[in-house]
Write a new protein. Structure first.
Lengths: 402, 457
């Protein structure tokens, strides 16, 4: 480590103003602070600081996403094998297939996103911030596996520039950057983003895997997609036509966006985030409560006009991107409500609106993304009301003592 | 709303008890274990006007003048009666000025024993008590809210809050230092009673053996920092409203006021706790306000080749002074910690080391019941506000700290007033600044905000 530190100290002057590599200052800074905790000591106020910093917060979130990522790799391979009619499912081959499927997408997202962030950080003469480490892994997880790479790049670039950097960077964005990327893809390229053919990887990769042909009996539709197009009360089927049980939905070996299918892995991620206190338990609890309540209301008044109303409240949690949004999207501290009471209201409304859109709007089989984006817009209003309550309490106190 | 509201109970001794639910105790290495007090005579003593916010100093002495203990060195430009006095008898050895001829400090070389005696018998009315306090130099040892500055002459405080607790990391219990001074405390309360139409509250710890002081209301608190801060106590007993003024002081200053009333002499002897992980033997020292740190820490700092940070005060609100520095207000603690600017921590953010101190459960250290030796590093880079709700966990007042900070940063006066800036002082935000993962300089922000507000209104 000493050798590494000495090496960095030797090259550092090249990146200072006037040095020949000054244009890459932000890149060097980013790597330096990644490798070694800065030696800056406090110059005012408290003399000691808690050991928790922004980097650790972000890395914990990335760790919490790892179960979803690894399961997504397995599931991608599994759906491909299953759809092609395979009888045996060799673990490592399937994992490798999934890994090779997602690798280009992660690479593109990180290169485009981090590239833009480094450029902006250099331009602003600031240290690069870690927000994109999380966003960069979230984006491939919420997109269908067959999303073309160039679309991913365009959408990421759009989001990072117009939703994040324009507002001031990490900590200043109003909307969840990963969700806006998804929404951009959804609205700009609807044919490639929805329907039955995008959620399963249908071609071999580097000699691994099989060709999957969507013929009779083979359909890559997600459970929610099936419910939206079919009649009421029909059991969702997996890719080869077998019914999907509750356990299947919980485990996640069903078609869907890359990381969203496994409620089990999302639960593991939730435990990691709640244990370390990075995600707010208030938000997760309220989203689930709101979702269950709305699901129960919809189920009680079930009608064939809205096929999704036949799902039980529990099924509403297990299918689609609801659980993922509840744990990883709604809990983004920057875009969620920031007051304690506000978090309950915000989370509850996310849950309610997500199920509301899913059930009662036939245009959108999945409503979680839109619900979170809508509540991102309303979160400042919720906080404003909570702050006003505090202000009014203070004014009442002034009046009674006057 | 939420869980800010403390629980009030009446004990059988008829003392109100308030148990704060929000706060944080930091377990640091280097606490004083023995009650023995060593007497140390300083080689130099300094009075530093920056320790007294709101005081605009104008010199009354020049270099080379001989002074007695209690003689004025500076007076306030805004109110000539308010003085900063010499804590010892001796000669003025230096008047150090900084940029734009600002008085940085007045340094006195102690010599002799002379002590100024005031005519305390004449202090019978509110005006005369005020003048006596101002002339004696004890007036500047109190603070008033709003603005957290020294009390102003025209103040009519609604209440006065005295704290007999110090819950800051490694602080020594001031109650033991005030033990046996009941007569002086009573005299101090009697004098201050003339200056306020309301109550005088003395905040003591749960189970305290301190006897009731006549004229004051004793309120018990649990020892969860910042319960020892007079401001936190005031916020939980009776918060300041717009248009009201409160004064805060500590029990030692109250005892000094009482002694002044009884004997006419102001006392500047103080007991200082020399603490911290870099101190060989943490101990108590009896010395004088403003003593030089070199004498107080002589031979007591660990010699391990690392840089040290000598802090006058506690790690949260104290000021780093060099080894050639002086003890700063409130003159009761010195903490020595490693500076940390020579550390090269590889991927510190991923560390699983049990020696990293944190409130966060992702650190092993959180679960170990041990004392830590943190250094002065930021432990990360400065960022914008990202995590929410962290400040509220350690801020025991009915104020939304994040929103108040944002209002201060954007200089929104109406919003600052509405959110309670009149109730706070920078020290209230010390724990928030400690836990903040974004490493914002909250105390400095609040100080600048208060000064800005005072200049605008």
């Amino acid at each position: 480590m000493k050798a590494l530190r000495n090496y960095l100290n030797r090259v550092k002057p090249n990146f200072e103003p006037g040095g020949k590599l000054h244009a890459f200052r932000s890149v060097f800074d980013g790597f330096e602070t990644f490798l070694f905790t800065p030696n800056t000591t406090s110059t005012s106020g408290v003399n000691i600081h808690d050991s928790l910093d922004s980097k650790r917060v972000m890395i914990i979130v990335v760790m919490a996403l790892m179960p979803c990522l690894f399961f997504g790799m397995y599931n991608t391979g599994y759906q491909n094998w299953l759809g092609a009619g395979a009888q045996s499912f060799p673990f490592w081959e399937i994992m490798l297939y999934g890994f090779l499927a997602i690798l280009p997408r992660i690479a593109v997202t990180y290169i485009v996103g981090l590239g833009i962030e480094f450029i902006v950080a250099q331009w602003r003469r600031e240290e690069i911030q870690e927000g994109f480490l999380v966003t960069g892994i979230l984006i491939p997880l919420i997109c269908p596996i067959e999303t073309p790479l160039w679309m991913l790049a365009v959408a990421t670039a759009f989001s990072v520039i117009f939703v994040k950097e324009v507002f001031g960077g990490t900590g200043y964005n109003v909307f969840n950057v990963a969700l806006v990327t998804r929404a951009f893809l959804f609205f700009a390229y609807p044919a490639q983003m929805s329907g039955d053919n995008v959620f399963v990887s249908t071609r071999p990769i580097l000699g691994l895997g099989y060709n999957v042909n969507y013929a009779d009996g083979i359909s890559g539709a997600t459970p929610l997609g099936q419910i939206a197009t079919s009649g009421a009360g029909e059991q969702p089927l997996n890719i080869i036509g077998d019914p999907i049980s509750t356990w299947d939905a919980f485990l996640g070996l069903i078609p869907g966006s890359f990381g969203e299918t496994s409620t089990l892995c999302i639960l593991i991620g939730a435990i990691i985030l709640l244990w370390t206190g990075i995600a707010s338990w208030r938000i997760i609890l309220s989203v689930v409560a709101g979702g269950l309540l709305m699901g129960w209301v919809a189920n009680t008044f079930q009608t064939p006009t809205y096929p999704a109303s036949f799902l039980s409240p529990l099924d509403q949690l297990l299918y689609g991107g609801f659980a993922f949004a509840a744990v990883f999207m709604a809990t983004d501290p920057v875009t969620a409500a920031r007051t304690g009471v506000g978090k309950y209201i915000y989370g509850f409304l996310v849950g309610v609106v997500a199920i509301l859109i899913r059930v009662y709007n036939n245009g959108y089989p999945e409503g979680a993304m839109l619900a979170v984006l809508l509540m991102n817009a309303l979160a400042p209003l919720i906080d404003y009301c909570v702050v006003q309550a505090n202000i009014n309490r203070r004014m009442r106190r002034t009046k009674t003592s006057a | 709303m939420d869980n800010f509201a403390p629980r009030l109970q009446h004990t059988i001794k008829m003392r109100k008890t308030i148990n704060l639910r929000k706060g944080l105790n930091l377990n640091l290495r280097g606490g004083v274990e023995s009650e023995d007090v060593t007497k140390v005579t300083p080689s130099l003593v300094a009075v530093i006007p920056d320790d007294f916010p709101g005081f605009s100093p104008k010199l009354d002495v020049a270099e080379g003048d001989t002074v007695e203990a209690g003689m004025p060195l500076m007076h306030d430009k805004n109110c000539e009666s308010v003085k900063l006095v010499s804590p010892v008898a001796g000669k003025v050895s230096a008047v150090v000025r900084g940029a734009r001829r600002k008085i940085e400090r007045v340094v006195i070389a102690p010599e002799g024993n002379g002590s100024l005696v005031h005519d305390a018998g004449k202090a019978t009315s509110a005006e005369t008590v005020k003048t006596l306090l101002m002339e004696s130099g004890l007036w500047a040892m109190m603070r008033r809210r709003p603005y957290d500055i020294i009390p102003q002459a025209a103040d009519k405080p609604r209440d006065i809050f005295v704290t007999a607790m110090d819950t800051a990391p490694l602080a020594w219990d001031p109650e033991t230092l005030a033990a046996g001074k009941t007569a002086e405390l009573a005299a101090g309360v009697k004098a201050l009673k003339q200056l306020t139409s309301g109550n005088i509250y003395i905040g003591i710890k749960n189970g305290s053996q301190m006897p009731d002081i006549a004229g004051a209301e004793m309120v018990e608190f649990n020892t969860l920092h910042p319960a020892g801060n007079a401001g936190a106590q005031a916020a939980n007993i009776s918060p300041v409203n717009k248009g009201e003024v409160i004064w805060t002081l500590d029990i030692i200053t109250l005892a000094r006021i009482g002694k002044l009333m009884l004997t006419g002499k102001a006392d500047f002897e103080t007991t200082v706790a020399v603490t911290g992980s870099e101190v060989k033997t943490p101990r108590l020292i009896n010395t004088v306000d403003g003593a030089d740190v070199a004498r107080l820490t002589e031979g007591n700092i660990v010699d391990d080749g690392r840089n040290h940070r000598i802090i006058s005060g506690n790690v949260l609100t104290g000021i780093p002074v060099g080894s050639d520095g002086f003890l700063r207000f409130p003159y009761r603690q010195i903490t020595v910690i490693p500076e940390g600017d020579d550390a090269d921590e590889f991927m510190g953010w991923a560390s699983l080391s049990p020696s990293k101190m944190s409130t966060n459960r992702s650190f092993l250290g959180h679960f170990l019941n041990r004392a830590f030796s943190p250094d002065a590093r930021l432990q990360g880079g400065r960022r914008g506000m990202i995590m929410s709700g962290e400040y509220d966990k350690v801020f025991p007042m009915d104020i939304l700290p994040e929103y108040l900070i944002k209002a201060i940063m954007s200089r929104d006066i109406d919003q600052m007033e509405a959110l309670g800036i009149y109730e706070v002082a920078p020290e209230d935000f010390a724990l928030c600044e400690y836990v903040d993962p974004s490493k914002l300089e909250l105390q400095r922000i609040v100080r600048e905000g208060l000064d800005y507000l005072r200049s605008e209104i």
